[in-house]
Design a protein around this ligand. Structure first.
Ligand code: NZQ
Ligand code: ZN
Length: 393
């Protein structure tokens, strides 16, 4: 086990009706004026936004509203939010939605406390030194943004999707009512489930991987999602299945599951972010389309690790004489699972075909114009990335 520090300051309030506590939680954080930030309409249609507004009013908190966050959230709306918050003296941002809304809120929070252009943080020109406080009312179990130190924003100028990570942006609180996810379309439920799994698998397939308790927690979380995702798809109002997925999402990306080993591989995430930036795909579906090709490209680097995954997560039988067969069986088994929840296992199944020129561009962007490699399980350069995009095509 390697040295680690683990600190997740997000207060989680979980269960039915907890969104009613929004106003009180903001007061407890010292917030005086709120930006109510939300997406394209689902929170309005379900009546959630109205309940939140009543909670703010009951707490005596003035607020301004900014909706319109789209999946793969855009820099232009972030800039609009920063200007609005500065003009209105907002000191607390409440995100009501999924990962895109929470990420947009985090980016606005960065912008409020810095006097330079917020994109400088995402383009790694400048390091952040703080963030305005954020709270989240979660409506989609997926990204774990409600507890994570990450935000991912798309710059329309060049369609670059970049992350701006730091400890400053972990939300102060997350209000998590599984009932709020009942209205999700099946595709978003499944895409979210895959994303939760991927946050765990990116941490599981790392080197060195010698952290037994962390391994067991990863395996338990993966098996929990594999068990509950089909239940939630078959019956969207199954509270327990929705609750398990929601809790799994928060635990999968709060850094608990990399305790004692490095922070993760993240190759699939880096490559998917380029796909999301250029083609606007749902994040989890994009990961689902890439993972098998990545796994087949790298598994020989540590066959034992893939065989352990196959046995402990996918219930394959270990072939002692030929562990490589078990490793490959595990990769096939998870692809079978992805198909069973209508998630793609290649890019064509996402609905488009990549040209050679697009693959070159995706790999070049992902390699930051040839200036970086990605991955820790196996380091990948620009050519490796192009090979994986080609295999996934
Ligand atoms: O905009 P509305 O109308 O709310 O509709 C949304 C959106 O169209 C809808 N939705 C959300 N909750 C709903 C609902 N529809 C009905 N009922 C509900 N309860 O779902 C659609 C997708 O929402 P979005 O927030 O985009 O999805 P998700 O939570 O998967 O977030 C994806 C974004 O987060 C980033 C991804 O790259 C992507 O941009 N990620 C953020 C991370 C982080 N901050 O830690 C980590 C992840 O790896 C990921 O990269
Ligand atoms: Zn993700």
């Amino acid at each position: 086990m390697t040295n680690f520090s683990y600190c997740v300051p997000t207060k989680i309030v979980f269960g039915k009706g907890v969104e009613e506590q929004a106003g009180q939680e903001i007061l407890a954080c010292g917030g005086k004026k709120v930006l109510l930030h939300y997406g394209g309409g689902s929170a309005e249609r379900s009546g959630l936004l109205g309940r939140i507004e009543r909670s703010l009013e009951a707490a005596g908190l003035p607020y301004v509203r900014l909706g319109g966050v789209v999946p793969n959230p855009r820099l232009s709306l972030v800039r609009e939010g920063i200007a609005l918050c500065k003009q209105e003296n907002v000191d607390f941002i409440l995100a009501v939605g999924g990962g895109s809304v929470i990420d947009s809120a985090k980016a606005i929070g960065y912008g409020i406390v810095h006097d330079f252009d917020v994109w400088d943080i995402f383009s790694k020109k400048r390091a952040p030194t703080g963030c305005a406080p954020i709270g989240a009312v979660l409506t989609l179990s997926a990204t774990g943004s409600e507890t994570s130190a990450s935000t991912v924003i798309t710059n329309e100028d060049g369609w670059l999707k970049r992350s701006g990570n730091s400890e400053y942006i972990r939300p102060r609180f997350a209000l998590m009512n599984p009932e709020l996810t009942y209205t999700l379309p099946p595709y978003q439920t499944a895409s979210g489930g895959v994303d939760i799994m991927m946050h765990t698998m990116e941490r599981y397939f790392t080197a060195p991987a010698d952290a037994e308790l962390t391994d067991r927690m990863c395996e338990a979380l993966l098996k929990t999602v594999i068990h509950n995702l089909p239940i939630a798809l078959a019956n969207p109002e199954d509270y327990n299945a929705r609750a398990e997925l929601m809790w799994a999402g928060s635990l999968s990306h709060c850094d608990l599951l990399n305790a004692g080993r490095d922070r993760g591989d993240w190759s699939c995430h880096q490559m998917e972010h380029e796909l999301g930036g250029m083609f606007d795909v749902a994040h989890g579906a994009g990961l689902s389309a890439i993972w098998g090709s990545w796994a087949r490209y790298v598994y020989q680097h540590n066959i034992g690790r893939f065989a352990q995954f196959a046995v402990n997560v996918m219930d394959c039988t270990l072939d002692f004489a030929h562990p490589e067969r078990t490793a490959l069986e595990g990769i096939c088994a998870i692809e079978t699972f992805f198909h069973s929840v209508n998630m793609p296992t290649n890019i064509k199944e996402l609905g488009f075909t990549l040209t050679d020129a697009q693959i070159t561009e995706l790999a070049h962007k992902c390699a930051f114009d040839g200036t970086r490699t990605i991955g820790s399980f196996q380091t990948l350069n620009e050519q490796d990335m192009a090979a994986i995009f080609t295999a996934a095509r």
